[in-house]
Design a protein around this ligand. Structure first.
Ligand code: MN3
Length: 245
């Protein structure tokens, strides 16, 4: 091998190392890449845990396809806004109208979908339902007269939502209220600007058809009635205990 050939070989090796180095750098980067900013949380129970009230196939599609799509689309939309990737989801979704114009719709719809469903899975549990106890029970009595009064008002609101949306039980400065929202919007009380009363979501029901159509088809009232048997009151009570009063 001549000196010239040896130098050429070194050059080839160096170039190969450089390429490998770039590949490695890219391979190590995903944690910080904006496209991975938000991730799909695992269901806190098996897909059949809410049977017979909500069937396993519905839970599987709802979580693995619908919720996963909200996460993927949110990540895609904010890929060009790396400053948003590190913000808490709740801050982004509550303040979507103050974000750059080109990401507002995606944060409102896809971010809202990710936020709402992340809460929704935790609001249900195996052998759920029954009535809440403690401070939350007292607050429900104060706001709705009784647990039955709450159930009636919540059921009516969930039945009345036209098209896709949600119905929520919210805490507003210690008082409880039922609020509906369209699409993946948060309840309006959470979107109130600075100075408004601090509001917290305690409970919510997804009344999009994808939440019930496989089992209940057009019978939304049957789904709502069944959903009451899945409520995780411990989760709602915990959020109430930590909410601003
Ligand atoms: Mn849904």
């Amino acid at each position: 091998m001549t000196r010239r050939e040896a130098l050429k070989n070194v050059g080839v090796v160096a170039a190969a190392c450089a390429v490998q180095g770039m590949t490695q750098t890219r391979g190590q980067a995903p944690a910080a890449a904006p496209t991975d900013a938000f991730t799909l949380p695992a269901l806190p129970y098996p897909t059949d845990a809410l049977e017979p009230h909500i069937d396993a196939r519905t839970m599987e599609i709802h979580h693995d396809k619908h919720h996963a799509a909200y996460v993927a689309n949110l990540n895609k939309a904010i890929a060009s806004h790396s400053d948003l990737a590190s913000k808490p989801l709740e801050e982004l979704v509550r303040g979507w109208s103050r974000l750059p114009a080109d990401v507002q719709a995606a944060v409102r719809n896809q971010g809202g979908g990710h936020y709402n469903h992340s809460l929704f899975w935790q609001m249900m549990k195996r052998n759920g339902g029954g009535e809440p106890g403690g401070e939350l029970a007292k607050a429900i009595e104060k706001a709705f007269g009784s647990y039955a009064g709450f159930k009636d008002q919540f059921t009516q609101a969930a039945t009345r939502v036209f098209g896709s949306g949600w119905v929520w039980l919210i805490n507003r400065g210690g008082g409880l209220a039922v609020e509906a929202s369209a699409n993946q919007d948060l309840p309006a009380s959470l979107l109130a600007g600075p100075g408004g009363p601090p509001a917290t979501i305690l409970l919510g029901i997804d009344v999009w058809e994808h939440a019930y159509y496989l089992k209940y088809q057009n019978r939304r009232p049957d789904y709502i009635a069944a959903w009451f048997n899945t409520i995780n009151w411990d989760f709602a009570a915990d959020r109430f205990s930590r909410a601003a009063k």
